[in-house]
Design a protein around this ligand. Structure first.
Ligand SMILES: C[S@@+](CC[C@H](N)C(=O)[O-])C[C@H]1O[C@@H](n2cnc3c(N)ncnc32)[C@H](O)[C@@H]1O
Length: 269
């Protein structure tokens, strides 16, 4: 484990900042929490005291499936994005390569030293791209789904600057001002309370830190609207998102429309 992660962790049980030591596994010095780290990620959900999170949407139940997690990058994601957002969000920008290029540039990876958070990293597509583009910086991939993290852990082998964490975006297990930038691709439609997640993103960004995300806008066609309804996903009006982020204090909001989806970038002043 990259030891640079220790000072930015916040204990999910007692709330202490920077209290973890890794001498005999990851353990909090202030309380009795010993983190389970057996499957290639550190489980900071503290299910022993809070219980397992309930999957609230059909899409989220699928994210917990080992089969979906394995086929997610190559088959699930491109098909789902095409269905819900049309061609512009995938093939229209050159598929993953185009999307990764947009996110890496929006994060300004070259101008900043990190650390970086890939929030709701899934099987780690963006985590790996950021880690490869910023080899000297710590990159944390966080997701709530064990199945996704297990696949991610196999795929980040060899990336010594990546640490994978299981956690809830609504209550991030990181200290205030931990990150230079937070990447949050294709996930805000899945959150129970997106505004609470935005508050956590704000809290854990350094002043001047960058928030880059992507999500679905209005459905371009009937099939997309039906697919979104069946999967239980929410769509965003980019103007409302801009207003919401600005109310929370984010500045310099910009967006790029990609068919029925969009990528956005905002800065914590
Ligand atoms: C559609 S996937 C996107 C994965 C990846 N960012 C990508 O673009 O390929 C959405 C991810 O959000 C995660 N997620 C949903 N609710 C979450 C929560 N409350 N906290 C953290 N992650 C969550 C899911 O487990 C899933 O891996």
């Amino acid at each position: 484990m990259d030891p640079h992660v220790l000072p930015i962790l916040k204990c999910p049980r007692c709330g202490a900042a920077g209290s973890f030591e890794s001498a005999r596994g990851l353990a909090c010095r202030r309380c009795d929490l010993v983190v389970e780290s057996a499957r290639g990620f550190h489980d900071l959900l503290d299910v022993a005291t809070r219980g397992e999170p309930a999957a609230i949407s059909a899409e989220q139940r699928l994210m917990e499936s080992p089969v979906v997690a394995r086929i997610y990058e190559r088959m699930w994601r491109p098909t789902f994005v095409r269905l819900v957002a049309g061609r512009g969000a995938g093939a229209g920008v050159g598929g993953f390569a185009g999307e990764l290029f947009i996110h890496k540039n929006a994060l300004s990876l070259d101008d900043r030293a990190g650390p970086w958070l890939d929030l709701s990293c899934g099987p780690g597509l963006f985590t790996r791209a950021i880690a490869a583009a910023a080899p000297g910086a710590l990159v944390v991939g966080l997701d709530i789904a064990r199945a996704m993290l297990e696949v991610a852990s196999g795929r980040v082998k060899g990336y010594t600057n990546v640490v994978l964490v299981r956690g809830d975006a609504h209550q991030l297990p990181f200290v205030d001002g931990a990150f230079e930038g937070i990447n949050n691709a294709g996930a805000i439609h899945a959150y129970d309370d997106a505004e609470q997640v935005f508050r956590e993103i704000w809290r854990t960004l350094k002043p001047g830190g960058i928030y880059v995300g992507s999500t679905f806008a209005e459905a371009p066609h009937f099939t997309g609207r039906m697919a979104a309804r069946i999967a239980g996903i929410r769509r965003y009006d980019p103007n409302e998102l801009r207003a919401q982020l600005s109310r929370l204090g984010f500045a310099e909001y910009e967006e790029l429309r990609l068919g029925g989806a969009f990528v956005f970038r905002a800065r914590k002043p």
